[in-house]
Design a protein around this ligand. Structure first.
Ligand code: G3I
Length: 323
């Protein structure tokens, strides 16, 4: 038994994790990662981002991401693809070019057609547009908005639908679970695409939470239902729950609060029929992105840096076993 097999037994499609090529030579890590009962879905943490797959204009490099797809297939795992139109981790040519409406539209369409075309048949879903919103629910002032206005959303999803009719197309963002104005902005994105007759299948909630700052299960369910009522699939796409102060993260009370917070998040997905799955953003503190971005914070994962299972792991497993 593992988290994925337990979650599937509860009627869900997948429990998975982010990983990447910088983790491949770590044998104890790989022993956990490659167990398809534990993780049934793999998502590349960085290797499919624009700077990774098209570092120079019109030069595509897929070797790293391909190796992850190959490994997942060999292990009997599905693959979730991340991400196409995003303001971050763009290659230098994007900021070095004076774009017009026509040239940036063509650049987006070329990127999406090539990348999705390359991975066609391997992706359960694609995060087509990532993090388009500011915290107040207005659109983020990135190059795509500046040149194309909000049309870049329909341009991206239309190109995605054309490139791979079989994969699920997602909008993905963070803080939708905690910030009402931002969730309303995401509802607006779904409606904008639906009114334009452009396919969108789901919304990924990154679910980067903090210990003691995680919304209640009830509140999480209410947020997910705003989107399922619009016909969307939903998922926790990058779940982790960080201690705000790592120096106290090993106290019994901190570990127990983290366990309750994970149970709230997993319980909310269980309670919403169209919540199809969960991916954690790395499963061990050894490789979590959080301390690099928020110094002092971290220990957010289900396994410690030494690969022991935390109380949060056992709490999630026992919730799933009884679901
Ligand atoms: O590729 C370079 C490498 O050449 C260099 O030697 C090394 C030295 O630091 O840096 C490498 O780049 C790093 C990159 O990850 C690849 O490993 C960057 O410094 C680092 O900032 C970057 O961080 C990633 C971050 O996205 C960047 O935005 C994290 O690993 C990744 O977990 C994180 O993931 C994002 C999701 O895609 C979207 N949602 C939020 C989430 C967390 O920020």
């Amino acid at each position: 038994q593992g988290l994925h097999s337990l979650f599937v037994a509860s009627g869900k499609l997948f429990f998975g994790t982010a990983t990447d090529v910088n983790n491949v030579n770590d044998a104890p890590y790989q022993a956990i990662l490659n167990n398809p009962n534990e993780f049934g879905m793999i998502v590349p943490e960085n290797s499919q981002k624009w700077e990774a797959v098209q570092p120079t204009e019109a030069k595509f490099t897929f070797a790293n991401a391909d190796s992850l797809v190959t490994r997942a297939k060999a292990a009997g795992q599905q693959f979730r693809c991340h991400t196409l139109t995003w303001h971050s981790q763009l290659p230098p040519f994007i900021s070095a070019t004076a774009w017009t409406r026509a040239t940036l539209t063509a650049a987006l369409e070329t990127h999406i057609a090539n990348v999705m075309g390359h991975f066609k048949g391997s992706c359960y879903s694609w995060d087509v547009v990532n993090e388009a919103l500011a915290e107040d629910g207005t659109f983020r002032e990135d190059v795509f908005l500046q040149v194309l206005g909000t049309d870049y959303l329909a341009i991206s999803f239309r190109a995605a639908a054309k490139a791979d009719p079989a994969t699920k197309l997602y909008y993905n963002d963070f803080n939708l679970e905690t910030t009402k104005a931002k969730a309303d902005g995401a509802v607006g994105i779904v409606q904008l695409l639906q009114k334009a007759g452009v396919r969108i299948d789901g919304v990924g909630f990154q679910a980067h939470f903090t210990v003691g700052g995680t919304p209640s299960q009830k509140s999480l369910v209410a947020t997910l239902e705003k989107f399922t009522s619009l016909g969307m699939d939903v998922s926790w796409s990058e779940l982790d729950i960080a201690h705000k102060n790592m120096s106290t993260a090993t106290s019994a009370s901190a570990l127990s609060q983290q366990a309750s917070d994970y149970v709230a998040a997993v319980g909310a997905c269980l309670a919403v029929p169209k919540c199809v799955g969960i991916t954690v953003w790395q499963f061990t503190d050894k490789y979590s992105w959080i301390p690099n971005t928020f110094p002092g914070m971290g220990d957010a994962c289900l396994y410690t840096a030494n690969y022991t299972k935390k109380p949060a792991y056992f709490a999630v497993a026992s919730l799933l076993a009884s679901a």
